[in-house]
Design a protein around this ligand. Structure first.
Ligand code: NIG
Ligand code: FE
Length: 408
């Protein structure tokens, strides 16, 4: 066997999150080798093959290594500012009421339509940098603040540019059915037709969308409207996901499961039937405790039912200017534990293995296993639970993207 490696990390503790392993998949006093951007070998220091050679050797000095973190649900590309709505909500105005008054998503749409590519990119990069400093190596970015072809395409081009210019793998999602734009007020079905027949095909032709999402809600789109969007997506062979059961039970989870969707996201109002549908389809439940926290929701997603049914649970930031202005995946992990009572192990699986599944990338990412892409983060912590335990503290000391080390 050839043990010539591009790089070797020694004296590390691994949390592999490998599905076959128990718990975190802990491997203490271990080493990890990389070749051609992939994990070539991992095991305990004692088992390092005799005569193994690496072009570069990094002494991990007792750090913990986890898979690179994956933020599988963000709206991080946007312009404008909605702290005025934060103030209004503190005065008792609800998120739905703000949306009905033309604020909320529509307020960000106005600002984003007015922003150039360069302005949008410059506004988004500091938020992305905060995530990357926390060991994030893969980032999903949704459109949905343009709602017309030009602005949706601009948002997705900015997302692609972030993936080119920054050390992060970006997956883009077209979220045209996020809100009805003002030029279609009172004509939601016509807007859905525009989404299905013009915007989505044009974006797909340019290769700008890796997946398609929608907002199934009383202040969003009905199941029938979402189904039209999903049918259009599937005609273009794009996978679907859904903002489902955030503010009410619309049975969106059953719909996205029926379409073999990658994920159903939010889920505070998910019913037992919805849980069963997700379980049967293998659709990931993406938990977004940031939105729950900022909206001061009181209804929890049915966590024990999801666990009992074996539905994989991912955790993401939902980073957006309204309901989750929180570009911190470590914060989302802490909130998932404190507010949703996830275990720290579930929270870490939720930002690695299950987040990869929510993006359809399980084969390549999300665990430390030979053959997977060598995306990982190094942490100055005593135990993996430390990642979820603290709030507002970042113990990341190194990040590796496809075998290439960078400072956090
Ligand atoms: O995931 N629920 C709909 N979409 C976003 C909110 C977007 C916004 O308020 O700007 C969410 O919470
Ligand atoms: Fe969202």
């Amino acid at each position: 066997m050839n043990h010539t490696w591009d790089a070797l990390w020694t004296h590390v503790h691994l949390a592999t999150l490998a599905p076959a392993a128990a718990g975190y998949g802990e491997l203490r006093d271990a080493a990890l080798a990389v070749r051609d951007g992939r994990i070539a070998w991992l095991g305990s220091m004692r088992e390092l093959p005799a005569g193994a050679q690496a072009a570069i050797e990094h002494d991990g000095q007792g750090c913990w290594v986890t898979p690179g973190l994956i933020d599988c649900h963000t709206h991080i590309v946007y312009a404008g500012n909605r702290s005025d709505e934060f103030e209004a909500r503190l005065q008792g105005v609800s998120y739905e009421e703000i949306a009905r008054r033309g604020g909320g998503i529509r307020s960000t749409v106005r600002a984003t339509r007015a922003a150039t590519f360069e302005t949008l990119l410059a506004a988004s990069l500091p938020r992305v940098a905060t995530l990357l400093a926390e060991g994030v190596t893969t980032l999903e970015i949704k459109s949905g603040y343009g709602l017309d072809l030009d602005t949706e395409a601009r948002m997705l081009r900015v997302a692609r540019e972030i993936g080119r210019a920054e050390p992060v793998r970006v997956r883009t999602t077209y979220l045209g059915a996020h809100a009805v734009p003002p030029e279609f007020a009172g004509r939601t079905d016509d807007y859905v037709t525009r989404v299905c027949e013009e915007v989505l095909p044009a974006l797909a032709a340019e290769g700008l969308a890796d997946a398609v999402d929608a907002f199934c809600e009383t202040i969003g789109f009905t199941r029938a409207q979402v189904e039209r969007v999903f049918d259009a997506a599937r005609r273009l062979q794009l996978p679907v996901k859904l903002h489902a059961e955030q503010l009410s039970d619309q049975q969106g989870s059953q719909l996205v499961a029926r379409h073999g969707g990658l994920s159903a996201d939010h889920l505070e109002w998910l019913s037992p039937q919805g849980v069963q549908a997700l379980a049967a389809a293998g659709t990931v439940a993406v938990l977004l405790p940031g939105a729950y926290y900022f909206l001061r929701e009181t209804r929890l997603p049915p966590l024990q039912a999801l666990r009992d049914a074996g539905v994989p649970m991912a955790v993401a930031t939902d980073c957006n200017p309204g309901t989750s202005p929180m570009p911190s995946l470590l914060a989302a992990m802490n909130l998932a534990c404190t507010l949703f009572r996830l275990t720290p192990q579930e929270a870490l699986a939720g930002t690695t293995r299950h987040a990869a599944a929510a993006l359809g990338l399980s084969g390549q990412l999300g665990t430390l296993e030979p053959g997977k892409v060598a995306d990982f983060a190094l942490w100055a912590i005593d135990r993996p639970a430390d990642l979820s335990c603290a709030l507002g503290f970042n113990p990341c000391v190194g990040v590796v993207n496809a075998g290439v080390p960078r400072a956090p």
